[in-house]
Design a protein around this ligand. Structure first.
Ligand SMILES: *Cc1c(COP(=O)(O)O)cnc(C)c1O
Length: 348
C-alpha cells in the first residue's frame, strides 16, 4: 500500500541517523527511563534536548512531555483553574478541549478562526483568560491567523497557547512552525506546544514558554509530574531529528512542490480542495457513506487515505484526509491523482 495518511511530513521516521541515535542510546542506557522526570527519569539526553529546543524555538525554557496529548492536558490544567476562562477555536484538537475540561476553568469556544467572535468573548470577561488555538488545524490544514489573535489577546490581557503539532518542522524556511510562518517577533511569543510524533518522526512533545510558565508547569502539571519520563533513546532520536529538521531544507521544499502538484492536479480533476497550503489536503465529500466507499475503493487500488467522519469533523463534512510527505515522489502523487479520478467517477 502507498500511504497518504501518515503525519511523517518530512519522511524522517525511517531516517538512518535517527534510528542509529535511538539504538545507540538504548544500548548504552537501556530502554525504560525508570521514573518520572522529577525523580531519576530525567537523563542527560533529555536535558540536551530541552536545551536544543530552547535554541530552536527562541523561548526561555522548554519542558518535555511524554506525548502531545499529555502536554496539552498538562499545560492547560497546570495554568488554569476554576474561575478562570479558557477560550478555544471550535476546531481545536481534542486534547486541548480535554485540557480545558480537566482544569475546571469555564470553557468558551468561538467559530473557527473568527477573530471578531474571539474579541467578543474577550470583552465579555474579566476573569483570567487563556486563548488556545491549533497552529495548523489538523483536519482542515489551514493556519491560525496568529498576528490578529496575538494582538487581540494582548489588548485584553489574555495569555495565548498555540498547539503547533502540524506546523513544527514544516512551516517557515527553517521549519520553526507557524510563528516563523507569520514572522512573530521574539518579544511577543505565545506559549507553544509542539509534538515529535509528526514532522520529527519520533514520539513525545514539549512546551516552550518563559521561566514563570515552565516553573509553574513543573510544580502543577499533573501529566508531567505523575508519569514516567520518555525513554532517553527517544530523546536521543529526537535530537538527531532536530538536526535534520534544521539543516535539510530540501525536505520542506520537496514537500511544498508535492503539495502544489497535488493541488493543481486535483483542480484539473474538478475536485474541491480546502484552503490549505500545508501537508494536510482534505477532500470534503460531505456524505459519510460516499467517503467510506471512496476510501475503500482507493484501498482496493493500493492507496491508504484517511477517511474522517463525524464526530471528528462536523456533520456533513466527512472527508478524505490526504497527507503528503517529503518521502513521496512526484510519481506517487500522480498515481494517487489517477486513482482518485478513477474512483470518484465510480462513486458519483
Ligand atoms: C497529534 C496531535 C496532538 C497529540 O500529540 P501526540 O504526541 O500524538 O499525543 C495534539 N495536538 C494536535 C493538533 C495533534 O495533531
Amino acid at each position: 500500500m502507498l500511504s497518504f495518511c501518515s503525519n511523517d511530513y518530512l519522511g524522517l521516521a525511517t531516517h538512518l541517523n535517527i534510528k542509529k541515535a535511538f539504538i545507540d542510546t538504548a544500548n548504552a542506557e537501556g530502554v525504560g527511563s525508570g521514573a518520572a522526570h522529577l525523580l531519576s527519569g530525567h537523563s542527560r539526553t533529555h536535558q540536551q534536548l530541552e536545551e536544543a529546543l530552547v535554541e530552536f524555538t527562541g523561548q526561555r525554557r522548554v519542558l518535555l512531555f511524554s506525548s502531545g496529548y499529555q502536554a496539552n492536558l498538562g499545560v492547560i490544567d497546570g495554568l488554569m483553574s476554576r474561575g478562570d476562562k479558557v477560550i478555544q477555536d471550535k476546531l481545536n484538537h481534542a486534547s486541548l478541549l480535554d485540557g480545558g475540561r480537566l482544569s475546571e476553568a469555564t470553557q468558551v469556544r468561538y467559530p473557527h478562526a473568527d477573530m471578531s467572535a474571539l474579541e467578543r468573548r474577550l470583552v465579555q470577561t474579566d476573569s483570567r483568560c487563556l486563548v488556545v488555538s491549533d497552529g495548523v488545524f489538523s483536519m482542515d490544514g489551514d493556519i491560525v491567523p496568529l498576528p490578529e489573535l496575538l494582538a487581540l489577546s494582548k489588548k485584553h490581557h489574555a495569555g495565548v497557547l498555540i498547539d503547533d503539532a502540524h506546523g513544527l518542522g514544516v512551516l517557515g524556511a527553517k521549519g520553526k512552525g507557524c510563528l516563523e510562518h507569520w514572522q512573530i517577533e521574539s518579544d511577543s511569543l505565545p506559549i507553544v506546544m509542539g509534538t515529535f510524533g509528526k514532522a520529527f518522526g519520533t514520539a513525545g512533545a514539549f512546551v516552550a514558554a518563559d521561566e514563570v510558565v515552565i516553573e509553574t508547569l513543573i510544580q502543577q502539571s499533573r501529566t508531567f509530574v505523575y508519569t514516567t519520563a520518555q525513554p532517553a533513546a527517544i530523546a536521543a532520536a529526537t535530537l538527531a531529528s532536530l538536526e535534520l529538521v534544521e539543516t535539510e531544507h530540501w525536505r520542506r521544499e520537496k514537500l511544498q512542490a508535492l503539495i502544489q502538484q497535488f493541488r493543481l492536479g486535483a483542480k484539473e480533476l474538478g475536485l474541491t480542495l480546502m484552503d490549505s497550503m500545508t501537508a494536510i489536503q482534505p477532500l470534503v465529500l460531505a456524505d459519510v457513506e460516499q467517503a467510506v466507499r471512496v476510501g475503500k475503493a482507493l484501498e482496493g487500488k493500493g492507496f491508504l487515505v484517511g477517511v474522517i467522519r463525524p464526530p471528528t469533523v462536523p456533520e456533513g463534512a466527512a472527508r478524505l484526509r490526504v497527507t503528503l510527505s517529503a518521502a513521496h515522489t512526484e510519481q506517487d502523487v500522480s498515481q494517487l491523482l489517477d486513482a482518485l479520478e478513477a474512483v470518484l467517477c465510480i462513486a458519483q
